[in-house]
Design a protein around this ligand. Structure first.
Ligand code: AMP
Length: 117
């Protein structure tokens, strides 16, 4: 069972921000911004590329509620999902990083920006 499924099953503790029948939002253990919340579906989906439109449609208002709950809906935030190896995905259970609480830098450059595909 993956680590986020274990969190859903309460086998691993988490700092919950918001929850409903289908989704869970909790603080990232190693925050990369003053606000860093992970938002996951409770059912196991490997990543964004393997998700379905119904899940995404339901997830949208949930993510908006999370942003309101942590107080970044008006100040702004960044929503990120790492997909697969090149995307830097480490946990293979779909999750969105909601980052905010201060001005964020934009630093998502390629390891070798001069390399052509
Ligand atoms: P990613 O690299 O996009 O797969 O992100 C995985 C994220 O999960 C990282 O930001 C980790 O800090 C975070 N993480 C890993 N284990 C836990 C945990 N037990 N509780 C909260 N966050 C976690």
């Amino acid at each position: 069972m993956c680590i986020f499924c274990k969190i859903v099953n309460k086998e691993i503790p988490n700092n919950t921000v918001h929850e409903n029948e289908d989704f869970l939002a909790f603080h990232d253990l190693y925050p990369k911004a003053p606000v860093h919340v992970l938002i996951i579906p409770k059912k196991h989906i490997e990543n964004f590329h393997s998700t379905d439109p119904e899940t995404m449609a339901k997830m949208t208002p949930f993510i908006q509620e999370v942003a309101e709950k942590v107080g970044v809906d008006k100040t702004g935030y960044r929503l990120v999902t790492n997909n697969g190896a090149d995307g830097g995905q480490e946990v293979f259970h779909l999750h969105f990083h909601l980052l905010g609480g201060g001005k964020l830098r934009w630093d998502h450059s390629h390891e070798d920006p001069h390399k052509s595909l």
